[in-house]
Design a protein around this ligand. Structure first.
Ligand code: BGC
Length: 369
């Protein structure tokens, strides 16, 4: 058996052997603790909560120990949490970053201790010290959202009818935001040029459309401001929203402005993450009409298997070497496919597949504040 730097055998047999061949200059071998540190961004969105627990369970199933922390959208907290994991001699770090360029210093310390770093879902930028990236085809997320708008409004190529659309994008310091936005904009582009889609606010760039920390309330405020400024005498037909929390903020603003959910002139609103509360709106026709489902069970499996492969002495499976440049290198990536979810297929995609129960959807309680 070929043993890598971390070519260890864990589990009941305990630690068997290690080869230091893979250690870089000045890099100490990671201490053999069998620990993986999992640094997740926030508990305010269900996906990360589910994934933290899922990653722990999978890694434990492979016989490894875990330390799980949530940074609650605060960059210094996440840096401290990662530092503390390094101090506890984790051998692997799985990081869902809060700020994509804020981890260089702490990760260089991780690298010096020979820790393998897996960038989880969000690519960590401007550091050479990221080994692997596990995520989804993030560009495709935006494509699916935009296609939903086109299909739902029934916009035809060269239509003479005009539809008013507004664009929202995610947090500027999350690398995924630009991919979601670009996928959406590229898909809408020909309709915009040809005039069947109009963006009355003129806000078509990532910066003015951004939503800091993906915050629902910030999205609600921006939607209210847009409605006040551009839609006093004009109907709004659709909102490209990148994430369910933002979508719900948008819907709240629409309702406040007397758009009636379920009515024919309620704007088409997209989303992402298949959160129970958003699925409830999709199911009942009371808000957004779409979400992009990223099966995070598969993502957790990919990341946990990366750890297992390295421990077993082999290279983790990747399927993309040329898309995700983090400023230092193209990070070897494993990308999964996102799925478009509407009232027509939510049952099959998210309920029958066991991702969320019908009860959890029905019982989802409204957002607070
Ligand atoms: C994730 C999305 C999520 C967003 C807000 C992004 O990095 O890829 O799935 O909706 O963060 O949490």
């Amino acid at each position: 058996m070929h043993l890598s730097r971390r070519g260890l055998l864990y589990g009941s047999a305990g630690v068997a052997a290690v080869s230091l061949a893979g250690c870089g200059a000045g890099e100490e071998p990671a201490k053999l603790t069998g620990y993986t540190g999992i640094a997740m961004p926030t508990t305010t969105s269900t996906r990360w909560v589910v994934e933290g627990a899922d990653l722990e369970e999978r890694l434990k199933g492979y016989g490894y120990k875990t330390i799980l922390e949530y940074g609650e959208d605060d960059i210094p907290t996440q840096v401290e949490q990662i530092q503390s994991m390094i101090d506890k001699n984790v051998e692997f770090l799985i990081v869902g970053a809060i700020g994509n360029t804020s981890l260089g210093e702490v990760l260089s310390k991780a690298k010096n201790k020979g820790i393998t770093v897996i960038s989880y879902d969000r690519l960590i930028l401007e550091t050479p010290d990221v080994d692997y990236y596990a995520s989804f085809d993030n560009y495709q997320v935006g494509v699916l959202q935009a296609k939903h708008i086109i299909a739902k409004l029934g916009i035809e190529e060269n239509s003479t009818q005009t539809f008013n659309v507004e664009l929202f994008s995610g947090s500027l310091d999350d690398n995924n935001s630009q991919y979601f936005f670009l996928g959406g904009l590229d898909t809408l582009e020909s309709y915009i040029y040809q005039g069947s889609i109009v963006i009355p606010s003129g806000q078509t760039e990532q910066e003015p459309t951004a939503t800091e920390r993906w915050d629902r309330k910030i999205a609600r405020e921006r939607m209210t401001a847009l409605l006040d400024e551009f839609y006093k005498d004009e109907p709004l037909h659709a909102v490209l929203s990148p994430y369910d929390g933002i979508s719900r903020g948008v819907v709240e603003a629409l309702v406040e402005a007397d758009y009636e959910p379920g009515s024919d002139d309620f704007p088409v609103v997209t989303g992402q993450d298949a959160e129970p509360l958003s699925l409830k709106a999709i199911k009942n026709g009371t808000g957004q009409s779409e979400t992009v489902f990223k099966d995070t069970r598969l993502l957790a499996e990919v990341a946990a298997k990366m750890v297992k492969s390295i421990v077993d002495g082999s290279s983790p499976e990747v399927n993309d070497l040329g898309t995700y440049d983090n400023g230092f290198k193209f990070v070897p990536s494993y990308l999964l496919s996102p799925v478009d979810v509407t009232a027509e297929n939510y049952e099959q995609e998210v309920v029958d597949s066991g991702y969320v129960t019908e009860e959890a959807i029905d019982d989802a309680t409204p957002d607070e504040g």
